[in-house]
Design a protein around this ligand. Structure first.
Ligand code: PLP
Length: 301
């Protein structure tokens, strides 16, 4: 590539992330690829990258997974990670949308996210740096969001925390999401998750968990939720479960939340009942063991 390629200088880049799963009867399944493709084109619109026709995108995914089908691992919890991405390739210095791009898909077998089971993670609520603001890139899956997150991630790691929980970029008061996961709370029996406000990434796992919880009869609230409300609920014992959702881990239980000097311990060091049920159900659907809602799995082979 030419060192002057625009992606290197102005960050015009988008990506997606999904997985292919091998079933026990040797079929290969994708989980809701239409949602990833729809989101990819929303990201493209935001970054002035041309849209990719949905059928072409899906065909590209299926074809490359077929070519590399032998790389799909079969041990429990493993899968083939799929990373489509687009980069701006005009060799040009000067700020404008590129007129040439490369659309590339890379793949990698991935191991079980939790070799020792679903251990709760410790989360650092960041009150200095912000990830995104409304009107910015927060709801786009862009590399630029991740470079903005590094400073706080290093800070959290240095303090012994594995993930950053972002607050809204204006008041630094309301919960947005975790590094590469959306976040859910079960408060007094009600499932609560931050409403998609323009600076939160609309996760496919997030929307799947909302649909499942509703189908099981839970009251689900997508709304603003402040860090103060969480710590108050934790204190009174009403914060029953906290979990993150994303393609990589599917459901990731949270056992510890820290903001400044205040720490909230959630649960008793294990995974909550609803978090476990969501994990079992989503992974069961992905592996073709449980019939999910219409259209959630797409067969490649
Ligand atoms: C990809 C991503 C998620 C999770 O989305 P899924 O579609 O569920 O994998 C959440 N937050 C951010 C910032 C992301 O980039």
């Amino acid at each position: 590539m030419d060192p002057s390629c625009m992606v290197f200088h102005y960050g015009q880049e988008m990506f997606e992330g999904l997985k292919a799963y091998k079933t026990e009867d040797d079929r290969i399944l994708l989980f809701r690829p239409d949602k990833n493709i729809e989101r990819a084109n929303n990201t493209n619109d935001r970054l002035c990258i041309p849209r990719i026709p949905e059928e072409d995108f899906l065909q590209a995914l299926k074809e490359i997974v077929k070519v590399d089908a032998a790389w799909i691992p079969t041990n429990p919890g493993t899968s083939l990670y799929i990373r489509p991405f687009i980069i701006a390739t005009d060799p040009f210095l000067g700020v404008r949308p590129s007129s040439t791009y490369k659309f590339i898909i890379i793949l990698s077998p991935v191991g079980a996210y939790y070799p020792e089971g679903l251990n709760p993670v410790k989360i650092w609520i960041e009150d200095e740096y912000v990830r995104a603001v409304r009107g910015g890139l927060g709801e786009a899956k862009a590399g630029a969001n991740y470079v903005a997150s590094l400073k706080a991630q290093v800070k959290a790691h240095d303090a012994g925390y594995s993930q950053v929980l972002w607050l809204d970029g204006v008041e630094r008061k309301y919960i947005e999401e975790v590094g590469a996961m959306n976040i859910f709370f079960k408060i007094n029996g009600v499932v609560v998750t931050p409403v998609l406000n323009g600076s939160i990434l609309p996760g496919v796992t997030r929307s799947s968990c909302i649909e499942l919880c509703k189908s099981w009869g839970y009251q689900v609230e997508e709304r603003k939720i402040s860090a103060d409300e969480l710590f108050t609920a934790a204190k009174s014992g009403e914060l029953e479960e906290v979990w993150g959702t994303g393609t990589a881990a599917v459901v990731s239980p949270v056992g510890n939340l820290r903001k400044g000097d205040v720490v909230a311990q959630i649960g008793n060091g294990g995974i909550g009942e609803l978090s476990q049920k969501l994990y079992d159900t989503v992974t069961g659907i992905q592996l073709g063991k449980i019939a999910g809602p219409e259209g959630w799995v797409v067969e490649v082979l």
